[in-house]
Ligand binder design. Structure first.
Ligand SMILES: [Zn+2]
Ligand SMILES: [Zn+2]
Length: 68
């Protein structure tokens, strides 16, 4: 019935396979395995954690995706 299936933006599994959470920064869904933890919250990515925490500021080109 729902044409748009929610799935993790990281591993692409849907909510029947994993438990999805909503990223408070970007609104996308992610699972616990793909979550990035920061300051007691979970985000879909380190980028979102920063954006949410510091505000969505300029394009500070930090492509260091060291978080896994
Ligand atoms: Zn995932
Ligand atoms: Zn996010």
């Amino acid at each position: 019935m729902s044409s748009v299936e929610r799935r993790c933006i990281g591993c692409q599994q849907n909510e029947e396979a994993v438990r999805l959470e909503h990223c408070v920064a970007c609104g996308r869904d992610f699972c616990a395995d793909c979550a990035y933890r920061a300051a007691g919250r979970r985000y879909c990515s380190a980028q979102c954690a920063r954006n949410f925490f510091y505000g969505d500021d300029d394009d500070d080109d930090e492509n260091d995706a060291a978080a896994d």
